[in-house]
Design a binder for this molecule. Structure first.
Ligand code: HEM
Ligand code: HEM
Ligand SMILES: Nc1nc2c(c(=O)[nH]1)N[C@H]1C(S)=C(S)[C@@H](COP(=O)(O)O)O[C@H]1N2
Ligand SMILES: [Mo]
Length: 346
């Protein structure tokens, strides 16, 4: 049977559309982890969902590309890795939607769906590189044609509509996903720290003994403080929003960083390194000291070991990985806060 001739350009545009959506999804995925809990995060996460779901719209067209490819003998790409890519993309989208609908309630062996999502999402990026390199689809002048722009607009509108349908569906049905934060996180343990998950960023672990002394290094002096002396009655109601996909709001108590640093000689534009007993660390701008809290209590109770006892950082508006637990050292430095890896390394 002779193969039905298909327009060459349609397949090329389909591939470019897939590429654009995957690049947007990957980029906004990483950004979603970096931005705090605020309006930008809501926009970034919405764009992420729409781009990821928009891939589904191109499935019928890509099926045509695939069918045509299979009838070829020359110039065919490595089918094994192409199908592996298809599998990973499907898994990435499925786990993304599963997290959106059900949240961190779904986990196996301590691994939440969102963690699987990020893992297979990164794997998708690697295989995509293999798939795209070698058979590059170069942009052409005709890509700026009226027709191509209409196709692009149609894809964008379709993707946004799919995203809105998922969001609307979740709200109408009262599913847990309908009450997510703008970052996509689901509520876990607000007002009840014991019900809040104990989460480590990567490979860090709850220390056997976090000690009870904290070193404050500022203005050329080192002061040793006992953790129990840090409960000075400063409070902040703030949301701990973990990139693992959950959040909790607590009334935190301890001492505000600007109060702790009052009267010390501080560098203009400087930063503060907050270092854990475990070596985990984050650098924050000194300008934020008025909103940062070294907390010893949550919801009126002493912190538990898992949640950072005796002292943890509370960084309102920042994602959970900034909230250093088991604080051992607080050091004022001249260097800017952005001079550090964007995400912790342990
Ligand atoms: C969701 C992402 C993608 C998936 C799952 C996917 C999957 C596939 C599969 C299964 C094939 C057929 C392999 C075979 O049996 O011969 C194929 C072919 C192909 N893909 Fe992709 N692909 C994706 C994205 C892309 C992108 C972004 C580009 C380029 C920008 C691209 C370019 C091509 C080309 C040029 C062919 C060969 C078509 C032909 O020979 O006519 N693909 N793809
Ligand atoms: C190519 C890679 C990726 C694709 C195709 C993808 C796709 C998706 C899809 C379809 C959803 C569900 C959206 C919805 O139901 O509204 C989702 C959710 C999510 N993804 Fe990805 N994703 C990718 C990579 C990543 C990466 C690398 C990260 C983080 C580093 C990430 C973080 C998230 C988060 C936090 C959500 C939940 C958003 C929400 O609840 O609205 N994704 N993703
Ligand atoms: N020392 C240290 N502090 C840390 C982490 C860590 O791995 N090590 N994880 C961070 C992350 S990713 C989050 S979400 C919060 C979680 O706090 P919790 O375990 O009290 O819920 O702690 C942060 N502080
Ligand atoms: Mo986290």
């Amino acid at each position: 049977m002779p193969a039905v001739p298909l327009p060459r350009r349609a397949g090329r545009r389909t591939n470019l559309g897939l590429l654009a959506l995957l690049l947007i999804a990957g980029g906004t995925g990483v950004l979603a982890f970096g931005v705090g809990t605020s309006l930008p995060s809501r926009l970034v996460v919405a764009a992420h969902g729409a781009a990821g779901l928009g891939l589904l719209l191109l499935v019928p067209w890509k099926a045509v590309v695939v069918r045509r490819s299979r009838t070829r003998t020359r110039g065919r790409r490595d089918p094994a890795s192409a199908w592996a890519l298809a599998g990973l993309v499907a898994l990435t989208v499925a786990t993304g939607v599963l997290h959106t609908v059900a949240g961190p309630a779904i986990a196996a062996a301590g691994i939440a769906v969102l963690q699987v999502h990020v893992g297979v999402g990164v794997g998708t990026g690697a295989l995509l590189l293999v798939h795209v390199v070698g058979g590059r689809q170069r942009p052409r002048r005709s890509d700026a044609s009226r027709r191509a722009l209409l196709q692009t607009g149609g894809l964008a509108v379709g993707a946004a509509a799919l995203w809105a349908a998922v969001e609307g569906g979740l709200r109408l049905t009262g599913a847990p996903g309908g009450r997510r934060l703008g970052t996509g996180s689901h509520e876990r343990g607000t007002g009840d720290p014991a019900a809040m998950p104990v989460t480590q960023w990567f490979t860090d672990a709850v220390p056997d003994d976090a000690g009870d002394v904290l070193e404050l290094v500022a203005g050329g002096r080192t002061t040793r403080l006992r953790a129990r002396d840090l409960d000075r009655g400063d409070t902040a109601s703030a949301v701990l929003d973990c990139t693992g996909g959950w959040y909790a709001e607590q009334e935190w108590r301890g001492v505000r960083l600007d109060r702790l640093l009052a009267g010390l000689d501080l560098p203009d534009g400087g930063s503060v390194d907050v270092v854990s007993v475990t070596g985990y660390r984050r650098r924050l701008p000194l300008a934020d000291a008025g909103s940062l809290l070294l907390a010893t209590h949550a919801a009126g109770r002493s912190l538990s070991a898992g949640h950072g006892a005796p002292v943890r950082l509370v960084a309102p508006g920042r994602r959970g990985f900034w909230w250093v637990k088991w604080v051992r050292r607080v050091e004022v430095v001249d260097a800017p806060w952005w001079l550090q890896p964007p995400f912790p390394l342990r």
